[in-house]
Design a protein. Structure first.
Length: 113
């Protein structure tokens, strides 16, 4: 199993949620986050600190899926969120050793659905 973590523009959350569930995603978590990429394309000026990096509001989604679904889920994220502009975001993929559904004790893929 893998954890897919994506930082995306908040503007795409509703459409992405619909597409993911239409395609059988087991569930997802969404957080509001702030960050800045490199190069530091946006700086703001402060009288006391000079030029400082300007952080941007984004959303972070997290989805745990079986290995065989990683490419499909990433393709959906890219399709919905890619505008071709700086700030479209990034996708990070990490291994997941174990999943346990607290309510039932089910483990691994059974705990996802």
């Amino acid at each position: 199993m893998k954890l897919i973590r994506a930082i995306i523009s908040t503007d795409h959350i509703d459409e992405l949620r619909l597409k993911l569930f239409e395609n059988g995603a087991p569930g997802l978590t969404i957080d509001s986050v702030m960050g800045i990429g490199k190069p530091l394309g946006q700086l703001s000026y402060s009288d006391d600190k000079g030029f400082v990096p300007k952080f941007f509001s984004n959303s972070r989604i997290e989805i745990v899926v079986e290995d065989k679904r990683v490419e499909e889920i990433c393709a959906i994220i890219i399709d919905v969120c890619r505008t071709g502009n700086v700030g479209d975001g990034k996708i990070f993929i990490q291994p997941v050793d174990e999943v346990i559904r607290i309510r039932t004790g089910e483990k691994q893929e059974k705990a996802l659905y």
